[in-house]
Design a protein around this ligand. Structure first.
Ligand code: LER
Ligand code: MN
Length: 277
C-alpha cells in the first residue's frame, strides 16, 4: 500500500502534522522518508501556486495525495454552512480556486471543517442539514467540472458537531447522489465514534477515497492500543487501492522516529495477505 504523511506549512496549527515547514523542505523531507505522498495542509489558498507545487512534487517524486489550502477560510468562518449566508456564498465563490489547484496537482480535497458546524456559540444554524446537502451537491458538481475527487471526513464529536461517523458520511453521499465525493476514513476519529472500525470500513468500502492512520491516542501507529492488522486486512479485502496517510501527533520526533513509523505502516501492508476475491 502506498503511504503518505500529513504535512503543514508554518501557518497550520493542527498538531497532527507529521512534517512541518516551508514547502520545499516538506518535499525534501518526504523524499528522504521514502514516502509515496503528502497530505498537504496549507495555511491559505493564496499561498498555493500550482506550478510550484507540481514542480516540487515531480522533482522529489512525492505525490500530493490530498490538499487542504483552506485553513484561512475556516478560521474566518467561511464554510459551506456559515450561519452568515454571505460567508457561505463566499466559500462557494472561492471553491473553484482551490478545486482548480487540486486538479493541477491531482489531489483529493477533503471536506472536514469546511462543512461548517451545526451550532455556532450554542446557536443552532437554521436548516443546517438542508444547507449542508445543498452545498455538497454544488461542491460535487464543481468537482465534476474540475475532474477531481472530494472526500467527506467523519470527524469525532469533540472537534465538530456534524458528520461524526462513517455512516453519517455514507448517508450524505447516497442521499445527495454525489458523483465525485467519497469518504476519508480517519482511524483516530473512528476509534472514538464507531462501534467497529472494521465494520465501518467494510460498510463504506466502495466509497473509500483516502485513509488517515494513527493510533488510538493519535500518536504514531503502534504507539496506542489499536489493532491495525484487521484494519489493513479489511482494506485489502475491499481492494482499497488508495494511500494510507499517516496523520499523527509525533511532537518533535526525529526524522529517524518518523521513518520508523513509516516502516511500521509499510510492514503492516506487507504482512497482511488476503486471497484475491
Ligand atoms: C484532518 O484530517 C483531521 O483528521 C481533523 O482532525 C481535522 O484536522
Ligand atoms: Mn484526518
Amino acid at each position: 500500500m502506498r503511504i503518505s504523511v500529513s504535512a503543514g506549512t508554518q501557518g497550520v496549527s493542527l498538531p497532527h502534522m507529521v512534517i512541518r515547514g516551508p514547502l520545499e523542505s516538506i518535499f525534501e523531507t518526504a523524499s528522504r522518508l521514502s514516502v509515496d505522498g503528502v497530505d498537504l495542509f496549507l495555511s491559505e489558498v493564496a499561498e498555493a501556486d500550482a506550478s510550484e507545487l507540481s514542480r516540487l512534487s515531480e522533482a522529489h517524486s512525492v505525490d500530493i495525495v490530498l490538499i487542504s489550502p483552506l485553513a484561512d477560510l475556516i478560521e474566518a468562518s467561511i464554510t459551506m454552512t456559515s450561519p452568515d449566508h454571505a460567508l457561505a456564498d463566499d466559500y462557494m465563490c472561492r471553491a473553484p480556486r482551490h478545486l482548480e489547484l487540486a486538479a493541477a496537482v491531482g489531489a483529493i480535497v477533503p471536506i472536514g471543517f469546511t462543512r461548517g458546524r451545526r451550532t455556532h456559540n450554542d446557536v443552532p444554524v437554521p436548516d443546517y442539514d438542508t444547507r449542508l446537502m445543498e452545498a455538497l451537491v454544488r461542491y460535487d458538481a464543481l468537482a465534476q467540472e474540475f475532474g477531481i475527487q472530494l472526500a467527506i471526513e467523519p470527524i469525532n464529536r469533540y472537534e465538530i458537531d456534524s458528520v461524526n461517523t462513517v455512516q453519517d458520511a455514507v448517508r450524505l453521499v447516497r442521499d445527495c447522489d454525489l458523483k465525485n465525493t467519497g469518504i476519508l476514513a480517519d482511524l483516530f476519529h473512528m476509534n472514538i465514534e464507531e462501534v467497529s472500525i472494521v465494520e465501518a470500513l467494510r460498510s463504506a468500502a466502495d466509497l473509500l477515497t483516502h485513509v488517515h492512520i494513527s493510533d488510538s491516542n493519535r500518536r504514531a501507529p503502534g504507539a496506542g492500543h489499536l489493532n491495525l492488522l484487521p484494519v489493513v486486512r479489511t482494506l485489502k479485502r475491499a481492494d482499497y487501492d488508495g494511500f494510507l496517510g499517516i496523520e499523527a501527533i509525533l511532537g518533535d520526533a526525529s526524522e529517524d522516529a518518523i521513518r520508523a513509523s513509516v516502516g511500521y505502516v509499510r510492514a503492516l501492508g506487507d504482512v497482511v495477505h488476503v486471497k484475491s476475491t
